[in-house]
Design a protein around this ligand. Sequence first.
Ligand code: UD1
Length: 339
Amino acid sequence: MRVLVSGGAGYIGSHTVVHLVAAGHDVVIVDSFANSKPAVIGRLEALTGRHLPVHAFDLTDRDKTERLFGDESFDAVVHFAGLKAVGESARIPLDYYENNLDATFSLVRAMRRHGVKLLVFSSSATVYGEQAPLPYREDYAPLQSSSPYGRTKVMIEQVLTDVAAADPSMRFALLRYFNPVGTHPSGTIGEDPQDIPNNLMPFLAQVAVGRRDKLIVFGDDYPTDDGTCERDYIHVEDLAAGHVAALGRLTTTNSPVSVWNLGTGRGTSVLELVHAFERAVGRELPYEIGPRRPGDLPRSWADPGRAHAELGWSTTKSVDDMCADTWRWQSANPMGYEG
Ligand code: UD1
């Protein structure tokens, strides 16, 4: 299929581009480069052995989006583009609502005008909110989230569900990611946060490479085995494979909307992840226990059973793989793509 990948220069998008090409798809990237670096494209071309057409604009620009769909033909869209920092979303909520929703409106309008039926959307485990029982299952309702960022995901899921109800010929996959970490095993593409990393794994990687003094562990008084929060870390390579599987499933399913959790089903604590990363690096890493971060839940993990059954997909990589691959990328690219 000819697949438009929005946000294809970003962390998860770039890894998924490699998997889509390997599965035989023709990929076209649209990315504003607001939160990604043009240098990733050359790395992707080296990894895939293909020329990858890139359109550098923001999907909130409806005229440009419409022109792209007029000029090129697509069979499917994989939609990653969006703002994604939880803390920032509380400071500039209007930007988050406007950007994430407008980009989706513009994209889905263009799809409908040009007869493109298949869309894979990047949702998040954050849509389960604070009340959902563990493990998180796709049929849980009502969805809610504690941040404006998370609420854009809840809203977009709702918008897409309404669009599909009005036009049941559409096929939408809502993929709820747990905590994506790791990189392509080549170490040539990876996560490259613009500022101080908000998330645990990129922060830890920057401590290991000497860009940060120490990790602050956000609280060790949670009701978990070692007192630190537990998360379902999923290797980005497994996550990328999940997108290819979901896209394939959209071509055969009769359901206008499908929701799949992409996680391992296992929780790992902050300290367990720190120690796994220390094993990958081969030395101890400086950390200190700090106060809790507002909004953090003690534990989060998926029930991945539906994705196993319906996509024939499951994760293959361990936490040690996630750390080893991240370290390969970070040590070879200490300053990210511009290092
Ligand atoms: C966060 C977002 C989630 C988003 C996801 C994207 C929040 C509340 N949630 O998930 O909506 O979809 O990122 O990947 O921000 N930690 C530390 N020290 C650090 C950084 C993190 O101890 O410097 C801890 C956190 O308290 C948490 C765990 O590490 O327990 C994982 O944190 P993080 O990587 O930010 O992911 P989430 O908070 O689970």
